[in-house]
Ligand binder design. Structure first.
Ligand SMILES: CCCCCCCC/C=C\CCCCCCCC(=O)SCCNC(=O)CCNC(=O)[C@H](O)C(C)(C)COP(=O)(O)OP(=O)(O)OC[C@H]1O[C@@H](n2cnc3c(N)ncnc32)[C@H](O)[C@@H]1OP(=O)(O)O
Length: 187
């Protein structure tokens, strides 16, 4: 998943949220970041200085795979969501096309996973990203890492493919429309 040689360094948008600011959820029902998902990850992502973000995820019993351990798919979701949030800093909406996770050590229930992601390169609609999840603190032992390819999309991606009832509800929600605009999407 290496970026092609013609790829360039990703550029932080001039109107990107300032360093340290909480980005907020892009959609209340998002399994990764939404507040309206009881079993969701409730990730709170913070803007970094460049095209980078940090986040924390507390592993709860509903996230188990093996007894007392986080499910690998849930950990991948946490990495995916964190990397997807880089769109706030680029002012684009992007969806995951390819994602490769490495599970370096098991992550027990109760762990606070310290996530960090940055955009590595961009080329046309493609954004290449990478992320880590560490235990015990932002500089703690590496538990999981991932590389991903995101592709920029416009609002039709959602309105054409999403189920009608959720799309209608989202478009009727001024808060959702405001959040979509923050991504430079024009619903
Ligand atoms: C009010 C209503 C509006 C609401 C709006 C709300 C705001 C929402 C805000 C924010 C949302 C963010 C949500 C984040 C959530 C976390 C992230 C996720 O989990 S996202 C879900 C999982 N992902 C998918 O469901 C994608 C499913 N896949 C697709 O839909 C398509 O495959 C898509 C759009 C990704 C690409 O399809 P193509 O037809 O547009 O483009 P092609 O040509 O296939 O690929 C684009 C480029 O990528 C290269 N490419 C493709 N695969 C590659 C690979 N494996 N390696 C290298 N390059 C590859 C291709 O060669 C092409 O490159 P060349 O542009 O020609 O240079």
């Amino acid at each position: 998943m290496a970026p092609p040689p013609r790829a360039t360094a990703p550029v932080r948008h001039p109107d990107a949220p300032p360093t340290g600011e909480l980005l907020g959820s892009h959609y209340g029902h998002c399994f990764g970041c939404g507040g309206q998902q009881p079993h969701g990850l409730h990730l709170e992502v913070r803007a970094g200085q460049q095209v980078d973000v940090t986040a924390e995820f507390t592993v709860r019993p509903v996230h188990q795979g093996a007894p007392g351990l986080a499910h690998g798919g849930v950990l991948t979701t946490a990495l995916d969501e964190t990397m997807g949030s880089l769109g706030w800093l680029l002012h684009v909406v992007m969806v995951t096309r390819r994602l490769e996770t490495e599970f370096v050590r098991p992550v027990p229930v109760g762990t606070v996973l310290h996530l960090a992601a940055h955009a590595v390169a961009a080329e046309g609609r493609k954004v290449f990203t990478t992320a880590t999840g560490r235990i015990g603190g932002p500089d703690g032992p590496l538990a999981v890492r991932a590389d991903a390819l995101f592709v920029k999309v416009d609002v039709e991606h959602f309105t054409e493919h999403g189920r009608d009832e959720e799309i209608q509800a989202a478009m009727a929600d001024p808060d959702q429309v405001r959040r979509a605009r923050a991504f430079k999407v024009n619903p």
